[in-house]
Design a protein around this ligand. Sequence first.
Ligand SMILES: [Zn+2]
Length: 425
Amino acid sequence: MNFNWSFHSPDTTICSICGKDALGTFSINLGERDYDYFKCSGCGTIFQNFTDPDGTVGGYKIGYDQNDSHLKFYVEIGYGIGSLIEPLVMVFAEPKGRLLDIGCGFGIVVDLWEKIVNFPSHGIEVASYGYAGKELLNTNISHKIIDASSHEFFGKFDVVYSSEVIEHVGDGLSFAKNVSNCLTNDGVLIITTPNAEKITNANSDQVNLALASPGAHHVLYSPESLRAVILSAGLRFVSIIEDNQRLICIASNKEIPIINKAPADRVKQLVFDYLNILAHSNHEWVKGGALYRLYRECVNFGEYDEAHNYSQHLDSLIGWRDFKTILHQIESGKELIKKIPCFYGPYYYYKGIMALNYYHDAASALSCFIRAHEHCMAWKEYLPQFAQEHTELIELISYHTKLSLKLTIEEVSSQIGRLAGDISI
Ligand SMILES: [Zn+2]
């Protein structure tokens, strides 16, 4: 993978949002081909060259593959519930009303809304994840494309939510109109999308690649262009919030008070309540992914008694397999995802932290960190495009390996000292 920041197209093209000229701004080479991106000189929208015949959004599928390695990754470690529900908590102190999730993917928000918020919800998804979520979560998902008549088919909703979808759509203006049509008079539209302004040559290639997602993302909106698109759909009040690398748009025909930062304790409560439901799933990926996330959060919050409880459940789910030997036999990224839980390396990092901070057992911590390091490095090598969580931990794992090694040596030395003292007596 290679970013070319000096890409200059001999042609200019026209921005579909504001009509001004867009110039070639960067190009990404992914081995087989180049993806060329243009940036609007007026509103800052970044988009792929639409004349590119291969630059289409990933296709629509019927059903899903029960061995899909991407799906396994997503369910076990990929999705982040906090970032999915934060925009909802920014609008509602207590979430309520009928919710429509457009492009709901696996259906986490649809399912959480129904099971935790206790209001009706409906998801729309044409990709295979929609079929998977409908079956694995047993939630309410339809496999349709949103269009101008969707509001007649699905009815009107108090909340229309669409997270990380509009960037996949070539015609954002029509999409915004179609989703707005599904709102009740006082309904609230919530849209999130990557922020075009966050793609810069100051970032690592990995961060830029995730934002651009060549072949998947068609249009990257700036705060200005997202506002323009939503206003063009006829909604009167539009707020755009910059949240790390994404934009959150909250729009309605009535003025609504918005909290610019979702209260962390409220988000945490919803996340924990929901994950505790998923932790009772009969499906190993769903259950394991929920238990790992609960464990990770408890360790991060220093709630070690609860963490211990989740760890016991997780170990009884996965702990009987010899993943050390399996890892040494792995020869491809696909095999790695298939044969080992995707959270395995990170899980052992948090187990090491707990061994250090809770059990005060440096030798056990050392063995956890060594295992975590081996697995996270394998992910970085075989699956760099999926290894964000693994890669971010590698430096921390190295630091804690050295720390626990030092503590282990000190402990052994003091034992030898005591032993030598006993012998001299
Ligand atoms: Zn423009």
